[in-house]
Design a protein around this ligand. Structure first.
Ligand SMILES: *Cc1c(COP(=O)(O)O)cnc(C)c1O
Length: 495
């Protein structure tokens, strides 16, 4: 049966998966959600025999129902190939008693590659299916990782252009260098004077700007979004939870049907929402542990039922999680509101107006699948050092948030359930913070010098993605104020 997508905010729009992917956001500013979550039609035992690509097909076909088998398989083959440095694509590593699901084996060495490798192919396929003649303009706000992964995904993809805004002083040196060296004649990267939320708010306003939309139409352009609100990002992220479970089963780490927990280092709430969808589609996940850094809006939300972004924004060593407005949470709110779009829209209006909202007691009860906690920068550093000293395994600062939160959870609950810690970036992407955590003597060295040292002490190879940008020329050297983003878009499109 076909799945259709509607808005979390209640207009009567009802679109196919391919239309939702093209459009990004619903017309009323809401997010697209499937009209139901189908149940997996393969057993865990069957999944355990599949490779990543076959798993991806079996999962994605359930939600992207207007893509043909041929179209979907073609997108999957183009996305999950030798760009990844392991044929397993998303391997699970057992370290001590924990399992690390490594989602950083793609082109930009962070988990955003998992979805952004396939999104451009889903999008161009969707454009063909819907007879779109306009050039598709991807506009993205990034806290560091999305931008680069989207640039890599869309660079030189016919019929598309991509413009990325990042907070000039809010990303790591390596993240910035990855972006400003991006090749591709259809790409542009701009640093804005502001933080990630400014960039994201600015991009949302541009998407909603009727004057700009008309200006673009006249010139044969239309926007789409590669941000994690796009269901073309969300759906591919469900795949690796299924695949991780299947690997544990195949390796006899768990018995058939045995429940697992997952710990997800969370920013925009996209990754953990995919785990929640996987659970609702039948994957035996017990607890979803939502791990935050010092920007602990989500921890407070799970503790009190009040979402409140009115607080200082903290720049941490896990910059991809420095977020005060977790956009994808809206899809969870919609669901626990009983899919009542009016109720959700009222809360989101309150968020827009006052920067906060409170869910009802009835809604709060439905959050019992989740556990929220946070880890300070010092706790993360201690965890990185401790894992390295005990097992020689080096994790990045984002994964460390999850690992530290998992330790707190174990202490609080003594829950022995087998647990998958979602590992979202290679330590080579955040070398400076990682090495300073391992030994203070590295504190004042530069990122790139430290990459060599990390390779040595961790007995690893520097990923090609990092090695390459050391000498690559800077090709994007543009900055703008947060009020100048619209002009920047027009200027890019007039070229
Ligand atoms: C984006 C990102 C996150 C946060 O993921 P969300 O889906 O936004 O919650 C965590 N870690 C890294 C390394 C990331 O790039």
């Amino acid at each position: 049966m076909d799945i259709f997508y509607g808005s979390t905010r209640g207009n009567q729009e009802r679109v196919s998966a391919s239309e939702a992917i093209l459009q990004g956001l619903a017309k009323d500013g809401g997010l697209f959600v499937p009209d139901r979550l189908p149940v997996f039609d393969r057993t865990a035992k069957e999944f355990a025999k599949m490779n990543y690509q076959d798993t991806a097909y079996e999962v994605m076909k359930l939600l992207l129902t207007d893509f043909t088998e041929e179209e979907l398989k073609d997108c999957i083959q183009k996305a999950y190939d030798e760009k990844f440095d392991t044929p397993s694509i998303a391997p699970v590593r057992k370290v001590g008693e924990s399992y690390y699901l490594e989602l950083f084996h793609g082109k930009t060495v962070a988990f955003k590659d998992m979805a952004l490798s396939i999104l451009p192919h889903l999008m161009t396929t969707a454009a063909k299916k819907n007879h779109v003649k306009n050039e598709i303009v991807i506009l993205t706000a990034t806290s560091g990782d999305t931008g680069k992964a989207a640039l890599e995904g869309f660079a030189d993809v016919e019929g598309t252009r991509i413009l990325v805004f990042y907070p000039k002083n809010g990303v790591s040196a390596i993240q910035e260098r990855q972006m400003v060296t991006q090749k591709g004649k259809n790409t542009r990267v701009i640093g804005i004077h502001g933080n990630f939320d400014d960039a994201q708010t600015g991009v949302k306003q541009l998407f909603a700007d009727a004057e700009l939309a008309a200006w673009m139409r006249e010139r044969g352009y239309q926007f789409s979004s590669a941000n994690s609100i796009n269901i073309g990002r969300l759906v591919p992220q469900i795949v690796y939870y299924v695949y991780a479970y299947a690997q544990l089963l195949r390796e006899h780490e768990i018995a058939s049907g045995e429940g697992i927990n997952v710990v997800v280092p969370t920013g925009n709430f996209g990754n953990i929402l995919a785990a929640y969808y996987a659970k609702n589609m039948g994957l035996p996940i017990r607890k979803l542990l939502c791990a935050s850094n010092d920007n602990k809006v989500l921890y407070d939300f799970f503790a009190t039922g009040i979402y409140d972004k009115n607080r200082d924004f903290v720049l941490t060593t896990s910059p991809s999680m420095d977020i005060l407005v977790s956009s994808n949470l809206e899809r969870l709110i919609y669901r626990i509101a009983g899919e009542d779009a009016q109720k959700n829209a009222a809360l989101m209006q309150s968020l827009g107006r006052e920067g906060k909202y409170a869910v009802t007691g009835e809604m709060e009860k439905q959050l019992s699948d989740f556990y929220g906690n946070y880890a300070t920068q010092a706790e993360c550093a201690a965890k990185i050092r401790n894992l390295y000293e005990s097992f020689g395994y080096v994790i990045d600062t984002h994964t460390a948030v999850a690992a530290a939160v998992y330790d707190k959870y174990r202490q609080e609950t003594a829950d022995e359930t087998k647990t998958v810690i979602v590992s979202t970036a290679s330590p080579f992407k955040f070398t400076k913070s990682v090495m300073a955590a391992i030994d203070k003597k590295y504190r004042d060295e530069e990122d790139f010098a430290l990459a060599d040292e990390l390779a040595k002490i961790g007995k690893m190879q520097i990923p090609p993605a990092i090695a390459r940008i050391r000498t690559a020329p800077v090709v994007h050297d543009i900055q703008c104020g947060k009020d100048e983003m619209k002009e920047a878009v027009k200027e890019f499109l007039l070229q």
